[in-house]
Design a protein. Structure first.
Length: 93
């Protein structure tokens, strides 16, 4: 059985860190939101081995819950310049 969640839903849970990301990486809040979406999807794929298509992340319910719990604890300090370069520059933020 598979469970799913949208990356947009996860961004909404973390909306409060977007201004901090924008300031930290000297980018607009729109670009910071895009970075956050990419970071969420990267975390889902690489750390939790979940499937990501368009805006939907899906996979085993326990892995989805684990990932959501981790993302809920993220702060702007979660990411450094290297993360931004790897995730952001690859996607042309």
């Amino acid at each position: 059985m598979s469970e799913k969640i949208s990356s947009t839903e996860l961004i909404e849970k973390k909306r409060q860190i977007i201004p901090g990301l924008a300031e930290k990486f000297r980018i607009s809040e729109d670009k910071a939101e895009k970075f956050l979406k990419l970071a969420i999807e990267d975390c889902a794929r690489s750390k939790y081995r979940l499937n990501v298509t368009k805006d939907i992340i899906y996979g085993p319910p326990e892995k989805i819950r684990e990932m959501i719990k981790e993302i809920e604890e993220w702060t702007a300090n979660e990411f450094d310049e290297e993360d931004f370069e790897i995730i952001g520059y690859c996607k042309n933020i």
